[in-house]
Design a protein around this ligand. Structure first.
Ligand SMILES: Cc1cc2nc3c(=O)[nH]c(=O)nc-3n(C[C@H](O)[C@H](O)[C@H](O)COP(=O)(O)OP(=O)(O)OC[C@H]3O[C@@H](n4cnc5c(N)ncnc54)[C@H](O)[C@@H]3O)c2cc1C
Length: 385
């Protein structure tokens, strides 16, 4: 992999999920020193040999909304393994079993760091808190305002060997594992609910459905309460997405890539500016992705079946092309100067990484939930598909 000149910035990444790993790989490629603590497809093409391995790991849905659009569907466990292998091959060092219990920021802003459960203190010039939705960084950054809110829904979720599912004749007849190398992926829509099944050769996974439940091994199903947070500036809180945004992992990757690009452009002496620009690039975009998740859920849960039969492709519009076609690295390179001008000197700058034709307006979860309760549809101008 091509590496930029070393930037000399010493960075600590907490968390080795999709976001932390992508951040570490891109930061390394852009010449920063990166250490990772742990307990987008276009980018992959730039990382030698990775696109091929990603393709091998992708589901190949025969029947799926993804068939209609650009995004691919991949096991997150396999994606994390793939990213981890790349990071190791680049020489990025990992310290496992280190549970971060507290983040700190030196008063003079010269260094930040973390304390782990064992009492160890780690310092760096920049700390990337990629420790997921329960990030311990929220307390330092948001104070008490970090509690997530209920979305009003929960989801049952499981993944288990297809061989177990297929011990039942009815299940194997109704949910066969395709033998042509594709995967059987289905979405069922009903009033105020939806269910998804994916059956591939090794693993079967479902979200809230019926016949498969009987065959599911005891104590393997997770009941996820779907919580999320009001939109907040990107660098100041972990992004919470509803599953119907189908976008959490993508945004985790984009965060890492955008951050690395901004740091590369800013240089070692301008780390705070890099973070401000990164934040400005992502805030409205992430907020629109979160809103899209709500809009998709409402669309799926109140589907007009007659209309859906006439225009099934409209149900696939959740895969928002304004997101899937977005390249955060190119965006950072193209917009850096304008955004710096805006932040430092008040020059005009309007983000273009949101739905075309939509003018960003702040919103809250409560507003959306109230609209849903009152049966009012949330219609926005612009091209959201
Ligand atoms: C059931 C489910 C279904 C989903 N489906 C989709 C989907 O279809 N499409 C999609 O795009 N997204 C989906 N998502 C969301 C997606 O998985 C997440 O948005 C994405 O994994 C976030 O990546 P991350 O790196 O920010 O956090 P995580 O993947 O949560 O990684 C956090 C990392 O930090 C580590 N860590 C946590 N706490 C600490 C600590 N205190 N100290 C040190 N390390 C710590 C963890 O061990 C982990 O390695 C789904 C999520 C869930 C739970």
């Amino acid at each position: 992999m091509e590496r930029s000149q070393p930037s000399g910035i010493d960075i600590l990444v907490v968390g080795a999920g999709i976001g932390g790993l992508c951040a570490a790989i891109e930061l390394d490629a852009k010449g920063t020193m990166c250490e990772s603590l742990r307990q987008k497809m276009r980018q992959f093409e730039k990382w030698p040999g990775v696109a091929e391995r990603y393709d091998e790991n992708c589901y190949k849905p025969a029947l799926s909304i993804y068939t209609h659009a650009v995004p691919t569907s991949v096991s997150r466990a396999k994606l994390i393994k793939l990213l981890y292998d790349i990071a190791v091959s680049l020489g990025i060092t990992f310290s496992f079993g280190q549970r971060v219990v507290k983040y700190f920021d030196d008063v003079d802003g010269s260094a930040a760091g973390v304390f782990t459960a064992s009492g160890a203190r780690h310092k760096a010039e920049l700390v990337v808190a990629a420790d997921g939705v329960g990030s311990k960084s929220s307390k330092l950054i948001l104070g008490n305002d970090s509690r997530p809110k209920s979305s009003g829904f929960a989801v049952y979720r499981v993944a288990f060997p297809t061989a177990i599912a297929h011990r039942d004749k009815e299940v194997s007849n109704n949910f066969p594992a395709p033998t042509d190398g594709s995967d059987d992926s289905r979405i069922y829509l009903g009033p105020n609910t939806h269910a998804i099944t994916i059956v591939f050769q090794e693993i079967t996974t479902w979200l809230l459905t019926h016949g498969l439940i009987k065959q599911t091994p005891e104590n393997t199903t997770v009941d996820w309460k779907l919580m999320w947070r009001d939109p907040k500036p990107a660098s100041e809180t972990p992004h919470t997405f509803l599953p119907t945004s189908a976008n959490g992992a993508t945004q985790a990757m984009e965060d890492g890539i955008s951050l690395a690009s901004c740091l590369e452009l800013a240089g070692k002496d301008n780390i705070p500016l890099a973070l401000r620009v990164h934040n400005h690039f992502l805030f409205q975009c992430v907020s629109c992705c979160q809103r899209a998740g709500f809009k998709n859920r409402e669309q799926w849960h109140h589907v007009d079946l007659n209309e859906a039969r006439k225009h099934p492709e409209r149900l696939a519009e959740m895969t928002c092309q304004w997101i899937t076609r977005h390249d955060p690295e190119v965006y950072a390179y193209q917009n850096w100067t304008k955004c710096v001008g805006h932040l430092l000197y008040g020059a005009e700058f309007v983000n273009t990484n949101i739905p075309t034709g939509y003018t960003y307006k702040p919103w809250t979860i409560d507003e959306l939930l109230n609209a849903a309760d009152e049966g009012v549809s949330v219609d926005d101008e612009g091209e959201w598909s």
